[in-house]
Design a protein around this ligand. Structure first.
Ligand code: C2E
Ligand code: CA
Ligand code: CA
Length: 434
């Protein structure tokens, strides 16, 4: 009997019946807590190959991979079949350079077709490596090699990644954020702040952007750039989206009651575009209050639209049918293409702060902003420049005919209850000459 990952295993043998490689029990029983380097080899596509060509072909394919690994590693290390399509190589006290050389050969080996029963099969591989200085349990070593392999997969295909403590810290922080986030609304830790957007021609703040804020007991303030992607992964984005849209509606009514009838934009993340519950929630509010529909703007990024282009364009058209306006957020960051501007059903383009903030150092960024201003006016879009932080940036954008600006120079995001005073301050141009 042997224990691994706190589970009990009966020992049937130390060698894998299929590949003849030593198996995980052999790895465990031969672990002497000495210095070693463990490489976790994760082979892609195995399930697909099994499903496509059948299990017996899959077996032969694994044998071919085992042979290739053994040929490359030779006497420099020991290859183990760890589970299904996972292999481990253990190098005892080998130079790092030699290990890297061998692992590179494996990556190269996988780039070529693998011959299985006369058929050429292409597959992918990722490798995670952990160098142990000794005195560590195999569980810990494998966990760290596994963390490295996850990072390798995250980076793409054919990657070799060495474990770093930071990777583990990031995973722990992510897990903590994910856990705490699930209780954030119940604990009243989430609120919404609003950032003014200034229309240069009207010399008025005619739009505000709703932004989430989260203040947690353990983590303190966590930026939405960090927790939104995690909420997307764990599904909590649906709760957050529902909360946000109801808060925005409340803010809209509150501001109206104070005599301010203003457009409010809210950010939507990729999964929310396919969220029927959010659609229903929105629909409910819009049907109840037609005026609200005319004042809501939904901000989405181009990458989001591209992720499921025809479905998302369809969805945007439906939303616009309800009277909602759509803003293309962070334009210029990522894979923006002028070509898409002609086809996307949007009303507003928001140029990413990267452009605003580099326009004086980079002539091309400056030219791109000018081209976008020209293109937007021709295509009938309103243009917002984001991240305006200095008077110089503001003055320049004004001179070249930008419609709207947003950024710390105009005003930071604030609570809805101080927004009216903040807007008065901005519009009076107090000490800013807006
Ligand atoms: P975003 O939509 O591009 O929002 C603008 C971000 O830039 C905000 O950061 C804002 O505080 C910041 N910002 C505004 N003016 C300036 C400036 O002059 N200089 C600089 N350096 N930054 C400025 P925040 O609030 O941390 O939000 C970050 C991102 O998180 C947002 O980027 C948006 O993608 C996402 N996010 C925020 N709230 C929500 C939400 O309710 N739902 C979803 N799905 N995403 C949200
Ligand atoms: Ca935004
Ligand atoms: Ca933005």
């Amino acid at each position: 009997m042997i224990y691994l990952n706190n589970k009990k295993y009966l020992l049937f043998g130390y060698y894998d019946y299929l590949t003849n490689l030593p198996n995980r029990y052999k790895l465990l029983s031969s672990h002497d807590k000495g210095k070693c380097t463990i490489a976790f080899i994760d082979v892609g596509n195995f399930k697909l190959i099994n499903d496509t060509y059948g299990h017996s072909f899959g077996d032969d394919y694994l044998k071919a991979i085992a042979n290739m690994l053994q040929d490359i590693v030779g006497n420099s290390g020991v290859v183990f079949r760890f589970s299904g399509d996972e292999f481990i190589i253990r190098f005892d006290q080998k130079e790092k350079n030699l290990v890297i050389e061998i692992l590179n050969k494996i990556i190269e080996g996988f780039k070529k077709a693998i011959n299985v029963n006369g058929k050429e099969v292409f597959t992918t591989v990722n490798i995670g490596v952990y160098e142990s200085n000794g005195n560590e349990s195999l569980d810990d070593i494998l966990r760290k090699a596994d963390i490295a392999v996850c990072e390798a997969k995250r980076r793409g295909k054919g990657q070799i990644v060495f474990y770093e403590q930071k990777m583990e810290d990031d995973i722990r922080r992510k897990a903590l954020i994910s856990n705490e986030l699930m209780q954030s609304l119940k604990r009243d830790e989430i609120r919404v702040v609003y950032q003014p957007i200034f229309d240069i021609n009207k010399a008025k703040v005619d739009m505000i952007e709703a932004l989430l804020r989260w203040d947690n007991v353990i983590l303190g303030n966590v930026s939405p750039s960090e927790f939104i992607p995690i909420a997307e992964e764990n599904g909590y984005i649906h709760e957050l989206g529902k909360y946000l849209i109801n808060e925005v509606y409340r803010a809209f009514n509150y501001l109206n009651s104070m005599g301010l009838n203003i457009c409010i934009s809210a950010n939507l993340s990729p999964r929310q575009l396919t969220d029927d519950k959010l659609k229903d929630e929105l629909n409910g509010l819009l049907l109840k209050d037609m005026d609200f529909a005319k004042k809501v703007i939904l901000e989405i990024t181009e990458t989001q639209i591209l992720s499921n282009e025809s479905h998302n364009i369809d969805m945007l058209n439906k939303l616009r049918g309800l009277g909602i306006k759509i803003a293309l957020d962070d334009f210029g960051k990522g894979f923006s293409s002028l070509n898409n501007l002609a086809f996307y059903p949007v009303d507003i383009i928001k140029i990413d702060k990267i452009f605003t903030q580099s326009m004086f150092e980079n002539e091309k960024a400056k030219n791109i902003i000018q081209i976008l201003i020209f293109a937007s006016s021709k295509l009938g879009y309103k243009l917002v420049a984001e991240g305006v932080e200095t008077r110089e940036q503001f003055e320049y954008l004004k001179t070249i005919g930008c419609d709207k600006v947003q950024g710390y120079y105009i005003g930071k995001p604030v609570d809805v209850h101080v927004l009216i005073d903040e807007i008065k301050r901005i519009e009076s141009g107090a000490n800013k000459n807006l």
